[in-house]
Design a protein around this ligand. Structure first.
Ligand code: ZN
Length: 285
């Protein structure tokens, strides 16, 4: 692809994708129970088309190792990323199992996964838990990012206070070379998440999720009312990653929302893809 400015959706949950569910009806029910998603199951190709319509070249597909199993299973996600250059996989791993978690990490990264997704309060740990330091150490050595869920969660039994972005600060200060992405700009703790990204070299933020009104209203509120375009341009241009949170939010609506924000072209290009290219070490997109 020769486009100079690749667009990457950094936050997609392939949980209602036929190929990811492998026709397993029980798995589909589990997905609906855990994530409260009503959308119909659809083929991977439909997602690919939806992304292309939004002008997106690549998407990061996330698995989460929930107490009800990996959603979607890492195996089916591994097959998807092997066969489709459009998709990048982040593995779902529970990091609390010591050496077992580290073995799983190594195995999944060797299968082509480019990062790890963690959802601490759903997975029963706090990010700063010292028992996880061996795991973080290995992720740092492997030089792949961890995407932490931060901010509002609609999942039952997940406490909002445990989703605060500053929960991740201990990890970041103990592993300064570890690349960390704080999901959803930490919303509603946007300033706290923003300051983590400003202060710590390897902390990034993803824009995904809509927590108030339409995508346009939400993105405008976050980038121009809570933060300001000047602050974003000066301090966060290299740190924000575009993301939709599909299937909750349609990618093209998020693209439209970001386009509606007044920002310089080079800032827009970085947020929409160049930052992700750099963070993931992607060559040509
Ligand atoms: Zn998400």
């Amino acid at each position: 692809m020769s486009r100079l400015t690749p667009k990457i959706d950094f936050h997609v949950h392939p949980v209602i994708i036929e190929e990811a569910l492998s026709g397993d009806r029980r798995l589909e029910e589990t997905v609906r129970e855990v994530y409260h998603i009503g959308t119909a199951v659809q083929p991977l190709d439909a997602l690919a088309k939806m992304l292309r319509v939004a002008g997106i070249d690549k998407a990061v597909l996330l698995s989460i190792d929930t107490p009800r199993g990996c959603l979607p299973p890492n195996d089916s996600l591994a097959a998807i990323i092997r066969e489709n250059r459009m998709f990048i996989g982040f593995a779902g791993i529970n990091p609390t199992k010591g050496d077992e978690s580290i073995d799983e990490l190594e195995n999944l990264i060797s299968q082509g996964f480019r990062g790890v997704k963690l959802y601490p309060p759903l997975q029963g740990f706090r990010p700063g838990d010292k028992r996880l330091y061996g795991f973080y150490e290995r992720v740092q050595q492997l030089n792949v990012p961890i995407l932490f869920h931060t901010g509002v969660s609609w999942i039952k039994n997940v406490k909002l206070g445990e989703c605060h972005p500053l929960e991740v600060e201990k990890v970041v200060t103990s592993f300064p070379a570890l690349k960390v992405v704080l999901a959803h700009m930490g919303f509603p703790w946007v300033w706290e998440a923003a300051m983590m990204a400003v202060k710590y070299e390897n902390v990034y933020l993803d824009l995904s999720g809509v927590f108030m009104g339409t995508p346009k209203e939400h993105i405008s509120y976050v980038l121009t009312k809570l933060l300001t375009p000047g602050f974003v341009s000066r301090f966060l241009a290299d740190k924000i990653l575009f993301g939709s949170d599909w299937p909750r939010i349609e990618p093209f609506k998020m693209v439209e929302a970001v386009k509606s924000i007044p920002m310089e072209k080079h800032v827009f290009d970085k947020i929409m893809g160049l930052n992700a290219v750099k963070l993931l070490g992607l060559g040509e997109v």
